[in-house]
Ligand binder design. Structure first.
Ligand code: BDP
Length: 722
C-alpha cells in the first residue's frame, strides 16, 4: 500500500514537471538538464568555485539567473566565494572589482568594449585557469551572464573562451500595441500582459519573467502602450501603475516608454489647443515630462504616431512633423529622454502613390531634428507585408537617426496560427543594399551608424506577446521575439545562427532535430509569401482584420485601404507600375537600386508586381506565363506546408507530446488557410486573366462567390475603429 502511494506520488510529480515543461512558459530560458555527461562534467568543473561581485539590483538579478540556470542544467547547488587566484574559478564582476592583474590582462578587450558590452574570456593567473565574465557596467555583466548560460544551453565548450560582444544599436525596444482595456491591436496571443486594474498593488510575477526574457536577448526598452494612443496613461493615476512596472523592469536594464497622444494637452490638460508652438502647450509637455521623471527617474521617453490614420498631430495646427517632434524632444532633453517619431504617414487627401508619401514628407527635414529624436521607419514603404522592398527612406536621410520598425506580431503573415520564421524577413531587409555610399551600403549599416555616424541608433519590434501561457500563441512565434532581440543587438547576425541558437535553447540539442527543423524554419517565410502574396503582390488582405484573402475589396472610403488599389488587376494584366511610366516611386531610391528594380531583366521576380504592371501572358524567366507562374507559386506554398506537416510528424521523439500536438494542429490550420488563399486569389484573378489554371495547380473546390461571402467579425486583433 505504502509502495503504491510512493509510486503514484512519483508519477504525479513526473506529470507535473512534464506538463510544466511543456507549456512553453519558460521560452528559451528552459535551462534543460545537460544530458551529455562529458559536457556536464566539464561545465561542473568550470563553475565549481565562483566569485560574483555584489552591490546592485542588476548584479543581484544576474546572480539569481546564474543560480537558476546552473541548478537546473547541472543539478548542483551554487555557492559563491572570495575572489581567489589560486584555484580554478569563474570570476564575475566589473573591471574595478577584479583587481589590477585581471584589468591589465584584459586591457585590450576593455578598450574595445562599447557601452553595455561584456567580455567572457578564459585566462591563466598564477598558473591556474579561470573564466572571467566582466564589463564596464552592471548591465554588461547581466548580458555576459545570460550569454554564458546560452553557451551551456547550446552545448558549446567553455574552454578557451574569448568573446567580446557589445550591442551595435542603442535603443533595442519592443512596441506593445496594447490598449488600456487589455485588448491588443494586431495581437493574437491573448490579452495584454499589463493588468492596469490591479497595478500598482498586485505585481504579477510574469512582469519579472518578461523583463528577464528581454534582457536575455539584449532588449533594453519597452513601450507598453499602443501607438493609437490613449492620453489617460499620462494621468497621475496611471503613472503610478507605470512606475510599478518600471520598478520591476529596472534591474534588468529594461527602460519603460509611453506613447504620447498629441492631443493630450486638450484631453487631460484642459487646454484649448495642442499646437506645438503654443507656449502653454510647450509648458504642459515640459511639466508632464518633469512629473514623469520625478516618479520614474529612468523613464525612456515617448513614441508618437501623429497625423497618421486619424491620429492627432502637429498638422492639425498647420505645423510640421519636425515642429511636433522637436517640441517633445525639448521637454525630454533635460532628462536624457528620447522621442521616437513614426514616419508611417499617408493621407487620403494625397492622390500620390501611398508608398511615396512618407519619404516626401520626411526627407526634406533631414538633419533638422533635435539630437534626441529618432525617426522610426517601417521596414517597407507600405505596411509590414509578407515581402516588401526596403523603405527608400533608409537610403535618403544620412543626417538623421533613423530607427527600424519591424513587426513581430504576424498581422500579415498568418496571425499566431502560421509558422513563418520572421528573422529571415528581417535579415533580407537588413542586408538589402541602399547604395547610399556605393555598393555594400546595407540597411544594417545605415542603422548602426557605420555609413554616417549617428547620435543615437535603434530598432523597434511590434510585440507578438500576450497573456497566453506560452506568451506568443504559436510555440514557434517565440523564435520571432528571440530573433528580433538578437538582431537589434547585432543587425548583421544571420537568420541561420539565430534559428540554431533558438532551437537548441528551446527544444533540443540533437542534430537529428536541429538540422531539419532549422531548414524548415528558414524556408517557412517564403512559403507564406508564396501562398499569400507571390511575385510582389501586396496588401490583398481582407479588410479591417486582415485575416485571409480579400483581393476583391474595393469599397472602402479611402482608396489606399482597398486591395484593388495595390494589385490593379484588369484584363490587360496585374501589378502596380512604380516605374517612370507609373508612380515613379523608384525615383526615391539610389539610381543603382532604381535601375535594378526598374529593368525587367534585373528586377527580382519576387518583387515583380510591386514595381511593374505586366500582361497575363508576360514570360517569366523559366518560360512560364505570368498567370501560370502565379498559380504555380500559390501551389508551391500549399505543397510546402504539407512538407512541414510530414516533417513535423517525424519529430515526435524530440518534442514533448503536448507541444508536438500543439504545433501539429496549428500546421493543419496553416494548410487549410494556405489552400483558402490559393483558391480565393486564383479564382478572383481568373475573372481578369480569363485563362485556365495551370496544370500544376490543384483546382479550387469552391466558387469565388463562396470565398467572397466569408465574414469574420470577431477575428482577433481588430481595433474598434476599423
Ligand atoms: C497597420 C495596422 C494598424 C496600425 C498601423 C500603424 O493595421 O493597426 O495602427 O499599422 O502601424 O499595419 O500605426
Amino acid at each position: 500500500m505504502k509502495q503504491k502511494k510512493i509510486i503514484s506520488c512519483i508519477v504525479l510529480v513526473h506529470c507535473f514537471f512534464l506538463s510544466f515543461s511543456s507549456n512553453g512558459y519558460d521560452l528559451w530560458l528552459k535551462y534543460s538538464k545537460i544530458e551529455n555527461e562529458k559536457l556536464r562534467n566539464e561545465y561542473k568543473a568550470a563553475v565549481a568555485s565562483i566569485y560574483f561581485e555584489n552591490g546592485s539590483e542588476t548584479l543581484d538579478a544576474a546572480k539569481k539567473e546564474l543560480i537558476k540556470g546552473l541548478e537546473s542544467m547541472l543539478g548542483i547547488s551554487t555557492s559563491f566565494g572570495e575572489l581567489a587566484r589560486t584555484s580554478n574559478s569563474l570570476i564575475i564582476g566589473k573591471q574595478e572589482a577584479l583587481g589590477i592583474d585581471i584589468a591589465t590582462l584584459l586591457r585590450n578587450e576593455y578598450a574595445s568594449l562599447n557601452k553595455d558590452g561584456y567580455i567572457i574570456k578564459s585566462i591563466t593567473l598564477n598558473k591556474t585557469q579561470h573564466t572571467v565574465i566582466t564589463a564596464t557596467n552592471d548591465l554588461g555583466i547581466l548580458y555576459g551572464v545570460f550569454n554564458y548560460l546560452r553557451l551551456m544551453q547550446t552545448n558549446s565548450s567553455l574552454k578557451h573562451l574569448n568573446k567580446v560582444d557589445a550591442p551595435k544599436l542603442d535603443v533595442r525596444i519592443l512596441n506593445h500595441w496594447d490598449n488600456m482595456d487589455r485588448t491588443v491591436e494586431r495581437g493574437f496571443a491573448g490579452f495584454s500582459l499589463w493588468n492596469w486594474h490591479t497595478l500598482p498593488h498586485y505585481i504579477d510575477p510574469r512582469y519579472e519573467d518578461y523583463a528577464r526574457a528581454n534582457a536575455s536577448i539584449g532588449i533594453n526598452g519597452t513601450v507598453v502602450t499602443n501607438v493609437n494612443a490613449n492620453a489617460l496613461v499620462l494621468t497621475p493615476h496611471y503613472l503610478e501603475k507605470v512606475k510599478a512596472l518600471a520598478d520591476v523592469f529596472r534591474p534588468y536594464g529594461l527602460k519603460i516608454y509611453l506613447t504620447a497622444r498629441f492631443s493630450a494637452p486638450i484631453e487631460i490638460g484642459g487646454l484649448k489647443t495642442a499646437d506645438p508652438l503654443d507656449p502653454k502647450v510647450m509648458k504642459w509637455w515640459k511639466d508632464k515630462t518633469d512629473d514623469i521623471y520625478e516618479l520614474i527617474p529612468n523613464f525612456g521617453g515617448f513614441l508618437v504616431k501623429a497625423n497618421s490614420e486619424g491620429q492627432p498631430g502637429p498638422q492639425n495646427y498647420g505645423r510640421s512633423h519636425l515642429e511636433g517632434a522637436n517640441m517633445l524632444a525639448d521637454a525630454l532633453a533635460p532628462h536624457n529622454g528620447i522621442v521616437m517619431w513614426r514616419a508611417f504617414v499617408y493621407s487620403e487627401h494625397n492622390a500620390d502613390d501611398r508608398a511615396k508619401q512618407a519619404y516626401t514628407e520626411f526627407v526634406p527635414y533631414d538633419g533638422k531634428f533635435r539630437d534626441n529624436v529618432l525617426v522610426q521607419v517601417k521596414n517597407g514603404a507600405i505596411d509590414f507585408q509578407p515581402r516588401e522592398p526596403f523603405h527608400p527612406m533608409f537610403g535618403a536621410m544620412p543626417n538623421t537617426p533613423i530607427m527600424m520598425e519591424f513587426q513581430i506580431t504576424k498581422e500579415y503573415l498568418g496571425f499566431a496560427t502560421h509558422l513563418a520564421f520572421l528573422p529571415k524577413l528581417y535579415e533580407e531587409v537588413l542586408q538589402a543594399d541602399t547604395y547610399r555610399k556605393g555598393k555594400g551600403s546595407t540597411v544594417a549599416k545605415v542603422l548602426d551608424g557605420s555609413l554616417s555616424p549617428k547620435k543615437i541608433t535603434g530598432m523597434a519590434g511590434v510585440a507578438n506577446i500576450g497573456n497566453d501561457m506560452n506568451w506568443t500563441g504559436h510555440p514557434f512565434g517565440q523564435a520571432d521575439w528571440y530573433g528580433f532581440g538578437r538582431l537589434a543587438w547585432n543587425p548583421h547576425l544571420s537568420a541561420e545562427t539565430i534559428a540554431e541558437e533558438w532551437i537548441r535553447s528551446t527544444f533540443a540539442n540533437d542534430e537529428n532535430f536541429i538540422t531539419p527543423i532549422k531548414k524548415m524554419m528558414l524556408a517557412s517565410r517564403e512559403m507564406v509569401v508564396n501562398y499569400m502574396n507571390p511575385l510582389g503582390l501586396h496588401h490583398i488582405f481582407d479588410t479591417g482584420h486582415h485575416y485571409g484573402p480579400g483581393p476583391w475589396v474595393g469599397n472602402l472610403s479611402r482608396p489606399e485601404w482597398n486591395p484593388v488599389y495595390y494589385h490593379k488587376a484588369d484584363e490587360n494584366g496585374i501589378g502596380f507600375d512604380r516605374t517612370e511610366t507609373g508612380s515613379n516611386a523608384l525615383a526615391q531610391y539610389a539610381p543603382e537600386v532604381a535601375e535594378i528594380y526598374g529593368n525587367l531583366e534585373t528586377c527580382p521576380e519576387t518583387d515583380l508586381l510591386w514595381f511593374h504592371h505586366l500582361p497575363w501572358d508576360y514570360k517569366l524567366k523559366n518560360g512560364n506565363t505570368l498567370w501560370d507562374g502565379m498559380g504555380i507559386k500559390y501551389q508551391k506554398g500549399v505543397d510546402d506546408v504539407e512538407g512541414m506537416i510530414s516533417l513535423w510528424e517525424t519529430m515526435k521523439p524530440y518534442v514533448d507530446t503536448t507541444q508536438h500536438q500543439h504545433v501539429a494542429m496549428l500546421l493543419n490550420i496553416q494548410l487549410n488557410e494556405a489552400k483558402w488563399w490559393k483558391n480565393a486569389c486564383m479564382l478572383y484573378f481568373q475573372t481578369f486573366s480569363k485563362m485556365d489554371f495551370p496544370e500544376e495547380m490543384e483546382k479550387p473546390d469552391k466558387t469565388l462567390a463562396y470565398y467572397q461571402s466569408l465574414k469574420f467579425p470577431y477575428a482577433p486583433g481588430i481595433r474598434p475603429r476599423w
